[in-house]
Design a protein around this ligand. Structure first.
Ligand SMILES: C[S@@+](CC[C@H](N)C(=O)[O-])C[C@H]1O[C@@H](n2cnc3c(N)ncnc32)[C@H](O)[C@@H]1O
Length: 238
């Protein structure tokens, strides 16, 4: 295996283990640390996805679905068939309990999805792209499993657009959140990893560019809660 390949494998192993260790507290912490705003963000994603679906018999793939919150919201708001995939079994086990058969769950790696080319009408990934060993390869893989004319939706933390909001947000995200997250989950490292990974992740314009470079067109984004998060969408030409 190449040096890059083994570094990517090591990264994936660390990420899988980290999510496995916080799986049981993941939902509680998401809702608590965001003041439930995360639920609103997922509903916005599902509504935008509904606008892009060709019919109610469309198929959606939710990559890095974790405990299944977005998968379930997509199912409830769009009425489409939803498949959720993730490589962390403890996260998928919680998703299985919550979705009770309404979403099909399949264990899989976002960088090597277990689906044929052109299978889905929409592919979503929420707070997942940032965790991949390689963002560009991740985007290419999402585009691969999309039907021509289908849409990718990426929900991720981003950069607050408002200069006044930025220092406040940084204080919360880099200091308070790791402390609270560590206390409640028992894994401080998982919640110091969160702000560190967001800092390294491309901002709104850089991510738009990467999506275009991965062959998507009509790329655009919507800032959520002043740019704390952003929803990027792009279409596979065809
Ligand atoms: C922050 S959680 C997001 C979960 C969910 N999408 C949500 O909105 O709450 C990130 C998820 O990405 C998954 N993940 C990270 N890298 C992955 C990969 N290479 N393949 C599949 N899943 C991956 C983790 O296991 C974890 O469940």
């Amino acid at each position: 295996m190449s040096e890059n390949g083994s570094a990517a494998k090591e990264h994936a192993g660390r990420v899988r283990e980290m999510f496995g260790s916080i799986a049981k507290r993941y939902d509680l912490l998401n809702h608590l640390l965001s003041g439930n705003v995360d639920k609103r963000w997922r509903r916005i994603v599902a509504k935008r996805v509904r606008e892009k679906l060709p019919s109610s018999s469309s198929r959606i793939l939710d990559v890095a679905c974790g405990t299944g919150d977005l998968s379930l919201t997509l199912f409830e708001i769009t009425g489409a068939g939803v498949v959720g995939t993730d490589f962390c079994r403890p996260m998928l086990a919680i998703a299985a309990g919550k979705t009770s058969g309404r979403v099909r769950l399949i264990e899989g790696d976002a960088l090597d999805l277990p689906f044929r080319d052109g299978t889905f009408d929409v592919v979503t990934i929420a707070f997942g792209l940032r965790n991949l060993a390689n963002v560009e390869s991740g985007l290419a893989e999402l585009a691969r499993v999309l039907k021509p004319g289908g849409w990718v939706a990426v929900l991720e933390f981003s950069r607050p657009a408002n200069a006044m909001l930025r220092p406040l947000f940084n204080l919360y995200f880099r200091k308070l959140l790791p402390w609270m997250g560590g206390l409640i989950s028992g894994s401080r490292s998982a919640y110091t990893y969160l702000p560190a990974s967001v800092q390294k992740f491309p901002d709104q314009s850089q991510l738009s560019l990467l999506m275009e470079q991965s062959g998507l067109d009509q790329v655009g984004y919507e800032n959520l809660t002043g740019g704390i998060a952003a929803l990027h969408m792009g279409r596979r030409p065809g």
